[in-house]
Ligand binder design. Sequence first.
Ligand code: G3P
Ligand code: MG
Length: 248
Amino acid sequence: MDDNSQRPRSADQVQAHRGASAVAPENTIAAFRAAKEQGARWVELDVALLGDGTLVVMHDSTLDRTSSGYGSLADITQAELVRIDAGSWFDPRFAGEVIPTFEQTLAALGELELNVNVEIKQHAHHKSLAQLTDAVHKSLQDRNERTGIMISSFDDQALAAMARLDADYHLAMLWNEVPADWQAVLDAIPAKAVHLNYRNLTFSFLEATQNRDIAVRAWTCNVPEKLAPFWAEGLAGVITDNPKLYLN
Ligand code: G3P
Ligand code: MG
């Protein structure tokens, strides 16, 4: 990829998916540190609530896949997090890595001078959407103000709730495929960005969104050649497990 038109123009267009999750356990401080070491300026992470209302950085609603624990997030409390190993499943080198709370993560990102795309996960165990979005909003208000943020979700109601809490949030609707009523969904939130499965990205969607001043970013693409034709057509960013592929 020697042609500069076929790559991101700026490191700000590259987001490390769950941190640099190709080289470190996803959604851990180690993964965010690895993203920084690769030259990333942005990380994407997932947030959800424990049963006690603590906001944690975690993709799944259960502990099983990415930690030494078992069962639902609903059944653990913040005090129990330190006993759960969230690193060894990925590589023994990461033994002792924990599931970070969102507040701990924001503090770490502040020190690392990383910006963050906060993906709000809506799980069945959550008591209410308001509990979730209020917790996200409160944590973000307390962050280091130099930490740039955007908020994304597959749940348009979560984004709408965030818009009501602060009309200045940069909100991104997450889709696997673009729905027929995409303009109406974005207008209702309101949101000015779409994060789309890169496999379903098209030139015609990029053109339609650019005409409406909507930013489009593609997830989760670890093969830069797949996106090469889209940068010159206005692609705004990529979310990738391996940011160094785009940054070198
Ligand atoms: O932000 C893009 C991507 O994270 C959406 O899917 O399942 O990896 O959270 P998922
Ligand atoms: Mg995500």
